[in-house]
Design a protein around this ligand. Structure first.
Ligand code: GLN
Length: 304
């Protein structure tokens, strides 16, 4: 497969969508990002790398971090994790609170804010320094020891995170949050703030593309059966109330973030990260979705 030629073609073709969409202004710090940034990085299981545009520039990974926290939590708790979080698509926005009351404080899936907040609570209970442990895990997955939290983005979200605080409070009233509400919000906003490039993300997500193995290494961080489950959740829940649309147009397990990043994997083949900060009304990058749709169409590499 000539990925270079195809990605060059896509980069030119997709550029026309650069103007569409809106920045995630509800987190004030994200409203300051240059809306015209556009980067792509594809890594193959065989160890090839293809980079275009702003692919080496770091941005806030936001909800993409939920896949990484699931990868840390699942091996710790195993199947008991699903006593506190379900594995069903919600058909609702990522920050919705409505269903949570009907379902007695059990989030529909780990990629909704509510689900990720429960995983944050679990990591806080498990580690003396959860922020350090999570960061080390992300650095290990990506093979980049310089990855950091973006303190400004984290502070900006903590200061305005009333809805996330409500989700934590509601779940605490149902006994599904064990730690202090402020501590959970602080940890969650830090995990979302992590700054990574498309290259870092494509390398980190190789663990999901390559059956749990780290990029260009023999070390295994996840079992095959755990990867199967994480990829299934990305496929069904990675794009919230647009999971069907992403499956339909792209046909790969993937995860988006309101920083404008999208990561997708083709198991045993490649991982790809795209960054373009302007979002559609569901909070997913317009250009990111278009890029991935063109990729699977031109290469014929959707999983379906
Ligand atoms: N930190 C963001 C929030 O809680 C993450 C949302 C997202 O990326 N979809 O709103």
């Amino acid at each position: 497969m000539d990925y270079k030629k195809i990605l060059d073609e896509i980069y030119l073709e997709a550029k026309v969508y650069k103007g569409q969409g809106e920045l995630a202004r509800y987190i004030p710090e994200l409203a300051l990002v240059d809306p015209l940034k556009y980067g792509i990085h594809l890594s193959t299981v065989a160890g090839e790398d293809y980079s275009l545009g702003d692919s080496k520039e770091r941005f806030s990974i936001q909800s993409i971090s939920k896949v990484l926290s699931l990868a840390q939590v699942l091996p710790l708790l195993g199947e008991t994790l699903w006593e506190r979080i379900d594995v069903e698509p919600s058909g609702n926005p990522f920050n919705s609170i409505v269903q949570l009351e009907y379902e007695n404080g059990i989030p529909r899936n780990p990629f909704l804010n509510a689900g990720a907040l429960v995983m944050a609570d679990i990591l806080i209970s498990r580690f003396d320094d959860p922020m350090e442990s999570f960061l080390s895990f992300v650095r290990e997955l990506s093979g980049n020891s310089t990855i950091e939290y973006d303190k400004k983005v984290a502070a900006s979200e903590i200061a305005t995170g009333y809805l996330n605080a409500s989700l934590i409070n509601m779940m605490k009233s149902y006994g599904n949050i064990l730690n202090d509400v402020d501590k959970v919000l602080e940890f969650y906003c830090h995990q979302c703030s992590i700054a990574m490039s498309c290259e870092d993300l494509a390398h980190a997500f190789m663990a999901f593309a390559d059956e749990g193995c780290l990029y260009k290494s023999d070390s295994r961080v996840l079992k095959k059966s755990q990867v199967k489950r994480i990829n299934a959740l990305m496929q069904t829940c990675g794009f919230y109330d647009e999971a069907g649309e992403f499956s339909y147009r792209v046909g790969l397990p993937g995860k988006s973030g309101v920083g404008g990043g999208i990561v997708a994997v083709h198991p045993k083949c490649y991982s790809i990260a795209v960054w373009s900060p302007k979002l559609n009304p569901k909070g997913n990058s317009v250009l990111g979705m278009k890029t991935l749709e063109l990729l699977t169409t031109k290469t014929g590499t959707s999983i379906f």
